[in-house]
Design a protein around this ligand. Structure first.
Ligand SMILES: Cc1ncc(COP(=O)(O)O)c(C=O)c1O
Length: 347
């Protein structure tokens, strides 16, 4: 459903607005004081999430960043290194939180589509010695934002888990968009969950809830994360009003396949018009990247032209534009994009 004000907002899947059913659920939510673990709606959400991911327990948190940072914090000691891809969200887009909160540093691995190669992980893990920082954690991101929402294949993560077990490392998954990965791969959440120790996923991205993320994992680590969430000021009270729409978002997760189909049609239409600007083979979920250098009308033309017609898009990095599909854009919005671009192409 597009926005009532006619805006077609492709900047991110974080821009979705709560549906009528979510708003009703918020109004009617049964609540209690969640710091006392007495909010029944939060408790239900945590149980559902943990079960879905095949984990003992889960803790509801205000944001994906807090879920990730708690996952890191409970599994590392100050000075540890966290192995991750070069453009991992936890390293690049969480404002240095790994250093501030957990006093860790990141050891990055170059990877295509967020999939670190087995031999590179092994090299990083086995290179550890008395003269080097201690390794604390292996971290994945799936789907992988930096490559346009690509799915890190399950066997890559299974191989990572085997190496981590061998070297006594924990494994964390930044699954901000894990359910996009689930929808695209057809592989059940618990299978992904089995490849990691802790997993964070967001209700407030493609799933469409207004707020919230959750960290799932073993009972002792989640107990510790609950305590540290309070340290960070993230202990929330009658937060069932936010857990209620999150439960709806989770129950409706299968609709993410529609976002993927829309992204595929957008990518195909862009690739037809501007060969070389979009690699359709890499559009696996809800993100379409556009190489501005390959556009016939030059950089800096497309964004304002679309904005003038109420169509917003974002940029992933300089020179790379991004369209993200979600429940509040539809096929009409994609047609509007093509109409504006066809006008530019002719003009
Ligand atoms: C891959 C990834 N991880 C983590 C986050 C952090 O989520 P939040 O904005 O809720 O802190 C985001 C947010 O865009 C993300 O894209």
């Amino acid at each position: 459903m597009p926005f009532a004000d006619g805006l077609a907002d492709f900047r991110s899947d974080t821009v979705t607005r709560p549906t009528a059913a979510m708003r009703r659920a918020m109004a009617e939510a049964e609540v209690g004081d969640d710091v006392y673990a007495e909010d029944p709606t939060v408790n239900r959400l945590e149980e559902e999430a943990a079960e879905l991911l095949g984990k003992d327990a889960a803790v509801f948190v205000p944001s994906g960043s807090m879920g990730n940072q708690l996952g890191i914090w409970v599994q590392t000691r100050p000075g540890d290194e966290v192995i991750c891809v070069e453009d991992a969200h936890i390293r690049n887009y969480e404002l240095g939180a790994g250093a501030i909160v957990s006093s860790v540093q990141f050891r990055t691995i170059a990877a295509v589509g967020g999939a670190m190669a087995e031999q590179d992980i092994r090299r990083a893990a086995s290179g550890s010695s008395y003269h080097l920082p201690r390794l604390g954690l292996l971290a994945w991101e799936n789907s992988h934002l930096g490559s346009g929402g690509r799915v890190v294949p399950l066997p890559a993560m299974q191989a990572g888990k085997a190496i981590a077990d061998e070297f006594g490392l924990g494994v964390h998954l930044d699954g901000a968009r894990l359910f996009n990965t689930v929808a695209a791969s057809g592989i059940a959440p618990a299978e992904w969950g089995a490849t990691v120790t802790t997993v964070q996923f967001c209700f407030s991205k493609g799933l469409g809830a207004p707020v919230g993320s959750i960290l799932c994992g073993p009972a002792d680590l989640i107990d510790e994360a609950r305590w540290r969430r309070k340290v960070l000021g993230g202990g929330m009270r009658q937060v069932g009003v936010l857990a209620a729409p999150a439960r709806i978002a989770l129950a409706e997760r299968d609709r993410l396949a529609e976002d993927h189909a829309l992204a595929a049609s957008l990518a195909a239409g862009l690739a037809d018009r501007f060969p070389g600007a979009v690699d359709v083979d890499t559009v696996e979920t809800n993100i379409v990247l556009v190489d501005e250098a390959e556009l016939p009308f030059g950089a800096g033309v497309m964004v304002p032209a679309l904005a003038a017609e109420g169509i917003l898009l974002g940029d992933l990095r300089p020179g790379v534009l991004r369209f993200v599909t979600h429940r509040d854009v539809d096929a009409d919005d994609v047609r509007r994009v093509f109409a504006v671009l066809d006008g530019l192409g002719n003009g």
